[in-house]
Design a protein around this ligand. Structure first.
Ligand code: PGA
Length: 252
């Protein structure tokens, strides 16, 4: 049993039509009903188009629903965007902010990510703030410096262990099948917790720090067993009920 209850979060990214999303959500709910609760909290983050259906399908289950991004403003002239209150209105309890694909595809800076996290908090959502180095940054030996910088730049003032989760996702590990060594993950997570102490004091001991990037059933157990790893943000493997469930069951 970990002192912090792990969170296993599925990031479905831009995948699935309504039928697929419903099948996936119902599959996870069925596992929970048939096999009992694993030792972790469960979350799925479908694309915006599926949130309403998935939220309906999971109502009354222990599986929470989250968005994959939100705008920093609650409403207004922002064509194509979705706000944090809109996500909350659909039954979301969480929202991912600052995923590396958002940072790369949409040029999101730490400052923009922080504003989104603030908006999430205002709407009563838990913000999952993503940070992680690129392969070039790792090769240059700059991992710690880069991740610490993103952590401080993306974390809102006054963030708590209740309203915020950190996801450390090395960019080069996302969707590639490659993962850092256990020692490398342990080093980065311990650093993040140390930095968190400078921001939130003892509360940092309760902050959940997820690992993300090619987490799958075959490596989840050793990754989640690391002291400062409090669960995972799972992309590809979260699209298969069996894999997502096996990862959830890897929590001690
Ligand atoms: P992956 O994605 O598990 O497919 O590597 C993780 C993520 O991007 O959140």
């Amino acid at each position: 049993m970990k002192s912090r209850r792990p969170l296993i979060a599925g990031n479905w990214k831009m995948n699935g039509l309504r039928q697929d999303g419903l099948a996936l959500a119902r599959g996870v709910a069925a596992k929970l009903a048939n096999e009992g609760a694993p030792s972790c909290d469960l979350l799925v983050c479908p694309p915006a188009t599926l949130i309403s259906d998935v939220s309906g399908a999971l109502a009354g289950t222990a599986v929470a629903v989250g968005g994959q991004d939100c705008h920093a403003a609650p409403s207004g002239a922002h064509t194509g965007d979705v706000s944090a209150p809109m996500l909350a209105d659909l039954g979301c309890g969480y929202v991912i902010v600052g995923h590396s694909e958002r940072r790369t595809d949409h040029g999101e800076t730490d400052e923009a990510v922080r504003a989104k996290a603030v908006a999430a908090h205002k709407a009563g959502l838990i913000a999952i703030v993503c940070i992680g180095e690129t392969e070039a940054e790792r090769d240059q030996g700059r991992t710690i410096e880069v991740v610490a910088g993103q952590f401080h730049g993306s974390l809102p003032e006054g963030a708590t262990a209740v309203d915020t989760v950190i996801a450390y996702e090395p960019v080069w590990a996302i969707g590639t099948g490659r993962t850092p060594t256990v020692a490398d993950v342990a080093e980065v997570h311990a650093m993040i917790r140390r930095e968190a102490r400078t921001r939130m004091g003892d509360e940092a001991g309760k902050l959940r720090i997820l690992y993300g990037g090619s987490m799958k059933p075959s490596n989840a157990r050793e990754l989640i067993a690391i002291d400062d790893v409090d669960g995972g943000l799972i992309g590809g493997a979260s699209l298969k009920v069996e894999d997502f469930w096996a990862i959830a069951q890897s929590c001690p």
